[in-house]
Design a protein around this ligand. Structure first.
Ligand SMILES: Nc1ncnc2c1ncn2[C@@H]1O[C@H](COP(=O)(O)OP(=O)(O)OP(=O)(O)O)[C@@H](O)[C@H]1O
Length: 263
């Protein structure tokens, strides 16, 4: 079967003051439409580099990315990115931050339709009540919700998230994970998410891609998470399969690819 998104034979090197640094070598990944994929690996192995190549923000030294049978070589709204540190425009309200993305991508729609699109996405992330507030007036978790609404507002083919919950406290993080699961269930979007959190990876993903340590990092293992959806975090906490998946990721990270920083 043809993949929706494929990374083929990706090598990536950076020129640094100390010479060439090969960050990625032979990264191959095939993702189906609607699949939720997490990338996990030790700090500095090259996860963000992979995501930035898919986003078109970086050009691979070798190999390439195909999305829906087209080669990716620059940023475009069909690949929306959500970063860890919400990048909202502080002088615009919550509504206007999302509306800006809608206006850019759906410029030919009527104003009424663009308003509807904006409200639909704010509803998805449960932020309609705060639409007239400015980013400085809402919490970190709420800002992250708006960032997700803004990305979804572009109706991207792939949603790319770089540690989207990394800066949040545990409870806010859990709420937002549940929201993202619900949205994925409703929209069936294709997602690539970087995370350092093993539980989060198992809870949210259809597949966990585990990267070896750099330099010259590559994909060490692919783990298919075959847990029925919708998923419930409390029920899964008592499900032995959840713990087996968790243990498999931990084994990879700690036994086979020990953290060089900790060594
Ligand atoms: N523009 C660049 N120039 C030189 N080196 C770079 C550049 N971007 C990234 N690197 C290096 O590439 C390696 C991988 O970086 P990357 O940010 O992709 O890792 P990561 O796995 O996402 O890390 P973390 O989990 O800490 O966010 C690191 O050694 C980093 O220093």
């Amino acid at each position: 079967m043809n993949s929706y998104l494929s990374l083929e034979g990706i090598d990536m090197s950076f020129d640094t003051p100390r010479g060439k640094l090969e960050v990625l070598r032979s990264v191959d990944l095939r993702i189906q439409k609607g699949e939720y994929t997490s990338i996990i690996g030790h700090s500095g192995c090259g996860k963000s580099t992979v995501l930035n190549i898919v986003a078109g923000l970086l050009q691979a030294t070798r190999g390439g990315v195909l999305l829906d049978n087209r080669e990716v070589n620059s940023p475009a709204p069909d690949r929306a990115v959500v970063f860890q540190n919400h990048s909202l425009l502080p002088w615009l309200t919550v509504y206007d931050n999302v509306r800006l993305a809608v206006d850019k991508v759906f410029a030919t729609d009527s104003a009424v339709r663009r308003h509807e699109r904006t409200m639909e996405k704010l509803e998805l992330v449960q932020m309609t009540h705060a639409r007239e507030q400015y980013p400085s007036e809402v919490s970190g978790g709420m800002k992250q919700r708006v960032g997700i609404a803004r990305a979804l507002a572009m109706e991207p083919k792939v949603l790319l998230m770089d540690e989207p919950f990394g800066a949040l406290d545990a409870l806010t993080r859990a709420h937002l994970q549940d929201s993202v699961m619900e949205i994925h269930q409703r929209l069936g979007n294709t997602v690539i998410m970087i995370t350092h959190d093993v539980d989060e990876a198992v809870l949210l993903s259809d597949r966990i891609v585990m990267m070896t340590n750099g330099p010259s990092a590559t994909i060490g293992e692919n783990l298919t998470v075959d847990l029925a959806r919708p998923r419930n975090r409390l029920a899964l906490a008592e499900d032995p399969r959840f713990h087996q998946y968790r243990a498999a990721v931990l084994r990879f990270l700690h036994a086979r690819h020990g953290n060089p920083e900790a060594a």
